[in-house]
Design a protein around this ligand. Structure first.
Ligand SMILES: [Zn+2]
Length: 343
């Protein structure tokens, strides 16, 4: 069975010069996938446009109304200091969330074994009531709600390895015991949330796992975290579907953050996640593009996701490792394990 690949030419039409979240990001991904001869090996599907109903499963109606009003105007609107909306952005954001829905649909209806949604604008910072942090809609959250409603999927594991805390995704499932959200992120850092003691609320208590990391952690720390926290947490939860917020801004060369992962390190944790899905849920996993602001890193990072999903041994890393040594991750692992009774 195949790997579904969802993207759309419109993703290049949401852009602002001088802004880090610009059209060059998706173009780099497309080019790098072509260079790796990967596109033709995947099943390509056009994204659906996320409907109002899909969007309103995670967002408030007043926010959708606001975006509809902006789409009628001929100007750029800023939702916060760094989140822009153009007249065409609503439709593109519908295609971004819809890209995740389409990839999930193909995996859950058995047309594909696993999937890659190369979408933008990104989604994991978008809150129910407003967009923020370059994100308009909670793409991965909309996909997860779709899986729950359309396919009666009971347990969904969302892993977020973007360098920023996925505060929007966390918010949307904070009281939901059927969605386990696990985030590794630089901390303290934008957007400020993601403390170890943010663990969920009510029935959802224990179903949010935050792994905040000081600047400077890299391949070895992430490898330890996957072995000692993410694997046991996933095994305990027994997901039926896995979704990944795949951001490549934890790479050492990213201009916005200070983590030290290499492309090899990213490829390792990507493979761990694919292996987790193979072990726990018949391979059902969809990777969703989030951040990553070094264009070469982003392109090769996404290329390595495609290799992992297709079962290739290949890892593409023209950049190499940082020469800096990383701090010990032991105290963070112990604190998270204790908080979540994983050790
Ligand atoms: Zn990010």
């Amino acid at each position: 069975m195949s790997t579904v690949y969802v993207t759309h030419s419109s993703y290049a039409q949401h852009t602002l010069s001088q802004h880090p979240e610009h059209t060059g990001r998706i173009i780099s991904v497309w080019q790098t996938l072509i260079e790796g001869n990967l596109i033709n090996r995947m099943q390509q599907n056009e994204p659906v446009e996320a409907t109002d109903e899909m969007i309103l499963a995670v967002h408030e109606a007043t926010y959708l109304q606001q975006l509809k009003a902006i789409s009628q105007q001929q100007r750029i609107v800023l939702l916060d200091a760094d989140t822009y909306v153009l007249p065409q952005s609503l439709q593109i954001a519908r295609l971004a969330a819809g890209g995740v829905v389409t990839a999930i649909e193909q995996v859950l209806n058995g047309q594909a074994r696993n999937g890659l949604a190369a979408v933008r604008p990104p989604g994991h910072h978008a809150l129910p009531q407003r967009g923020m942090g370059f994100c308009l809609f909670g793409n991965i959250a909309i996909g997860a709600r779709y899986a729950q409603k359309a396919h009666d999927i009971q347990r969904i594991l969302i892993v977020d390895y973007d360098v920023h805390h996925g505060n929007g995704t966390q918010d949307m499932f904070y009281d939901d015991p059927n969605v386990l959200f696990i985030s590794t992120h630089q901390h303290p850092f934008y957007p400020g949330s993601g403390h170890i003691d943010e663990i969920g609320r009510g029935g959802g208590e224990g179903y949010t796992i935050n792994i905040p990391l000081a600047a400077g952690h890299g391949d070895r720390s992430y490898q330890e975290i996957y072995e000692r926290i993410i694997w046991p947490a996933a095994q305990r939860f027994q997901p039926e579907l896995m979704l990944v917020s795949a951001g490549f801004d934890a790479h050492w060369r990213d201009p916005l953050a200070q983590m030290m992962l290499s492309l090899q390190g990213y490829a390792h944790i990507t493979r761990e996640l694919v292996q987790m899905a193979e072990t726990l849920c018949e391979g059902r996993i969809v990777f969703v593009m989030e951040g990553g602001y070094d264009l070469e890193v982003l392109g090769h990072g996404v290329r390595n996701i495609a290799h992992a999903l297709l079962g290739d041994e290949t890892v593409s890393d023209p950049i190499g490792n940082s020469s800096r040594s990383e701090p010990s991750v032991e105290s963070v692992i112990e604190a998270v394990c204790q908080q979540h009774q994983l050790c």
